[in-house]
Design a protein around this ligand. Sequence first.
Ligand SMILES: *[C@@H]1O[C@H](CO)[C@@H](O)[C@H](O)[C@H]1NC(C)=O
Ligand SMILES: *[C@@H]1O[C@H](CO)[C@@H](O)[C@H](O)[C@H]1NC(C)=O
Ligand SMILES: *[C@@H]1O[C@H](CO)[C@@H](O)[C@H](O)[C@H]1NC(C)=O
Ligand SMILES: *[C@@H]1O[C@H](CO)[C@@H](O)[C@H](O)[C@H]1NC(C)=O
Ligand SMILES: *[C@@H]1O[C@H](CO)[C@@H](O)[C@H](O)[C@H]1NC(C)=O
Length: 375
Amino acid sequence: MCRSWGPHWGWVPCGPTPWLLLSLVCSAPFGMLGEETRQVSMEVISGWPTPQNLLHIRAVGTNSTLHYVWSTLGPPAVVLVATNTTQSVLSVNWSLLLSPDPEGGLMVLPKDSIQFSSALVFTRLLEFDSTRVPKGAAQPSGKPYPPYSLAEFSWNDINNSLDLATLSAIFQGHPVDDPAGAFANGSLAFKVQAFSGSGRPAQPPRLLHTADVCQLEVTLAGASPRGNHSLFGLELDQLLWGSSPSGFMQWRPVAFSQKQRGLDSALSCQSSSLHPTLAYPLPQSPIVQAFFGSPNNFCTFNLTFGDPTGPGYWDQHYLSWSMLLGVGMPPVDNLSPLVLGIMAVALGTPGLMLLGGGLFLLLCQKQHPEYQSLN
Ligand SMILES: *[C@@H]1O[C@H](CO)[C@@H](O)[C@H](O)[C@H]1NC(C)=O
Ligand SMILES: *[C@@H]1O[C@H](CO)[C@@H](O)[C@H](O)[C@H]1NC(C)=O
Ligand SMILES: *[C@@H]1O[C@H](CO)[C@@H](O)[C@H](O)[C@H]1NC(C)=O
Ligand SMILES: *[C@@H]1O[C@H](CO)[C@@H](O)[C@H](O)[C@H]1NC(C)=O
Ligand SMILES: *[C@@H]1O[C@H](CO)[C@@H](O)[C@H](O)[C@H]1NC(C)=O
């Protein structure tokens, strides 16, 4: 049941090409995964005593259910859980979830149906001054401005953007404290979309999706940069996959600097290597704590969009990037010519792209002891 992706590459902390984090899916029996269609429901679970943004996506297949729980309680985060029954349900205890010790506030029941669980947290929006970056500089994106903590953003009510026809919802936010008014006309948006079957959107980057995945599109629009040549990035905090089957994030190393996505608005997207989170404190996600307790096996990495010379956020004050998040095997994508062209322009290495393709598979801890070094 297991397909390998290239050689048995473990994760190498300081690999030569950090974005080429390519790996192998564990040899787990996942008959429960890879369903062609799923009955997907999407529900906003209202908070108590005040409304909170908690979005539950439940995708039921013939003998499995996937749960994706997205929230902007704390930094934007998602908890994903796969169960081997069609009956599993999400249970939320708000008084626990909103308490200082939220453990147990979020559960998927019955507990023994859980085959896999993981989480992803978006901790900070990064901004770099890319003017006069010397060639071969230690920080090729330039000097960092103080990052925006996404835990200190205020978010819209997702009920207003919930679209059951397209199975999507948008979390749109801006910093609570914005003395310079950088976000007076701007926002950062996380558009989450689920699918009841497989397909490929018409718009680049045209990521091939299945019914097992969730797509996330992150858009920064209208915010005033702090310099006239600012590059932006995102810091992600990844809970290591501790059990099999595996999970994955998949993206193409491309972002766009215009709503009109095409060759002339394509930016490269670089990923840093993975670092253990404990190196510096990051905001905690209540939903992750509520489900996992106090996990200590987080690692973090940065994505940066664009480079000092190409097109950039400065063109139209717009930046958009997409990824898929899922359980089991990532969709095998034969790249469309347009996207291949974009990547060729963006990075000049279509061969590597075909191999790596922005595919970021996270390993099973059990089978890859090199991950232990993170703990
Ligand atoms: C789940 O259902 C599929 C198709 O109906 C079947 O092939 C598979 O063996 C089942 N898996 C389990 C774990 O029951
Ligand atoms: C929620 O958790 C609290 C604290 O553990 C508990 O007292 C309460 O009964 C729980 N509420 C529900 C509805 O289970
Ligand atoms: C926001 O938009 C208004 C109207 O278009 C404009 O007057 C103002 O300067 C803008 N503010 C910022 C910080 O860009
Ligand atoms: C950026 O702004 C500085 C000062 O405002 C100016 O001197 C410089 O020419 C600008 N650079 C570009 C590329 O516009
Ligand atoms: C991400 O970027 C921030 C800001 O430059 C930096 O402090 C942090 O160390 C970076 N993290 C990783 C994993 O590279």
